[in-house]
Unconditional design. Structure first.
Length: 127
């Protein structure tokens, strides 16, 4: 199950939130009204880590080696749906709905980088 990492520094006009478990990191940017403007769903471990990223203006892109829509995408979504149960309802539903829309679309997300690069504030917490 995903748990929230507290103490994340916000950006101007944007609240940043981080939810983590042993397989996923979900980074969410929200307006003061709670609307999601950006999320990064990181999955996998170590050198195999990938990130599906959605931005309200730019749409989807996928960071990490491999195809823009990995063959195991439906399994990853199913695993995320279970892990996301403790998330706030608006975040859980919004992220899952957008991922479902992405999987249902005919156009795959572009690949920005071969490897997802974390910002300093996104470093994995100690176990």
């Amino acid at each position: 199950m995903l748990r929230e990492i507290e103490g994340i520094t916000d950006e101007p006009r944007t609240r940043r939130r981080w939810f983590h478990n042993e397989y996923f990191d979900l980074f969410v940017w929200q307006t003061e009204q709670g609307d999601i403007t950006l999320f990064q769903l990181c999955y996998g471990v170590g050198a195999n880590e990938r990130a599906l990223v959605w931005h309200r203006i730019g749409g989807f892109f996928h960071d990490g080696a491999g195809p823009a829509r990995p063959p195991e995408a439906e399994k990853i979504l199913a695993r995320f749906e279970v892990a996301a149960q403790p998330l706030p309802q608006n975040i859980r539903e919004s992220v899952i709905d957008r991922i479902r829309d992405y999987l249902a679309s005919e156009q795959p997300a572009s690949v920005r980088r071969k490897r997802f690069r974390r910002e300093d504030w996104q470093k994995r917490p100690a176990a």
